[in-house]
Design a protein around this ligand. Structure first.
Ligand code: DAH
Length: 343
């Protein structure tokens, strides 16, 4: 046992001198003074040592252990390998301790709006704009909404001055259909059309009570296509192509007969959508559509004997909620950063 201890000390010190880098040093530590090293391997043999020699052998064992350990520490410092080994390796992919980079980006509604314009642009639709502060003529009269129509009730609209006044801005528009009128008037005045093929995204306002599906301000995208011989089949094809382009090839659409004063015939436009993740999809109403009523064409100076057209108006929030499985419209306006970072 004492011979073995001498051998371990001698060979150990010699090998330690030869260990030139951190890896070699670590290998040496494991081989000699680690918990599975040569020194430890001798321990069980202590019980074979005759009782009267136990003290001497134990003392020698401690000496060798001390010698090897201090030589190791010394050598580690001398080779500089220690400094390397003592510093934990830096993982360059870890985020910094204080991450202040909260990068902003466009709001989800703005992104969806731009995506919709892009999809319709590929089908040949230009973008048209109209004012948010509107008058009775464009929000109602020329859209074939008669004075007694319930949609004109002051309780359902944000009138901004005396509703009996005829000139000047009077209300926050309640629908983007106003832009149909403005666009037809402009194009007829310019003498540059029809044909007309536009979409118009923008804000609309209604004094609705806020809940999971209603907001007093939201966004619509309006479409108007006027040409010779446009039919309901063109409308349905356009809507189906839009749905497939934006929601994917297996998108399903449905038109339900309905009524709007500015279209005849009119329909509601539904899509199969799962509003909550994991829920089965169901029919969700995205907006209205139809063939532009001859009265509307006439009011804008477009001859309904020569031209026909279709129109549609969808809720952009509805589409965003459908596309990104957002269950509550209020999430789109609360501006909770945790939500905005997720969508
Ligand atoms: N303006 C209608 C609304 O806000 C939606 C609408 C229906 C627009 C039919 C249209 C249309 O262009 O043809 O409820």
């Amino acid at each position: 046992m004492l011979d073995d201890l001498d051998t371990i000390q001698r060979e150990g010190l010699a090998e330690l001198q030869a260990a030139g880098d951190a890896d070699a040093l670590e290998a040496w530590r494991i081989a000699y003074i680690g918990p599975k090293g040569k020194l430890r391997a001798l321990m069980p043999r202590m019980k074979e040592v005759p009782r009267e020699q136990k003290a001497a052998v134990g003392q020698r064992l401690n000496e060798v252990k001390g010698a090897l350990e201090s030589a190791f520490e010394e050598h580690k410092g001398a080779t500089g390998a220690g400094a390397e080994a003592a510093t934990p390796a830096v993982d360059m992919t870890e985020p910094g301790l204080i991450d202040t980079r909260h990068l902003g980006r466009r709001h989800i509604v703005s992104r969806v709006r731009a995506e919709l314009v892009e999809v319709f642009a590929r089908m040949g639709f230009d973008v048209a704009q109209g004012p948010e502060l509107e008058d009775d003529e464009h929000n109602f009269v020329k859209l074939n909404i008669p004075p007694a129509h319930p949609a004109r009730d002051p309780i359902d609209n944000f009138y901004v001055d005396d509703p009996k006044e005829v000139d000047g801005p009077r209300m926050l528009r309640s629908q983007t259909s106003t832009v149909q009128i403005r666009t037809m008037e402009r194009i007829v005045a310019e003498g540059s059309g029809p044909p007309i093929k536009i979409v118009s995204p923008g804000r609309v306002y209604r004094p609705d009570t806020v809940d999971a599906t209603h907001s007093f301000m939201f966004h619509q995208i309006e479409g108007l296509y006027i040409d010779r011989g446009v039919t309901m089949a063109d409308l349905k094809t356009t809507l189906l192509q839009f749905a497939r382009a934006y929601f994917g090839e297996d998108a399903q659409i449905r038109l339900r007969p309905s009524f709007f004063p500015f279209t005849e015939p009119s329909a509601e436009f539904d899509m199969m959508i799962a509003l909550k993740p994991g829920e089965p999809p169901r029919w969700i109403e995205l907006g209205g559509c139809g063939m532009v009523d001859p009265n509307v064409l006439q009011a804008c100076g477009v001859d309904p004997e020569e031209w026909t057209g279709f129109a549609f108006g969808f809720g952009i929030e509805r589409i965003a909620m459908g596309k990104y499985a957002i269950p509550d419209i209020r999430m789109l306006f609360e501006n909770d950063v945790r939500f905005l970072e997720r969508v």
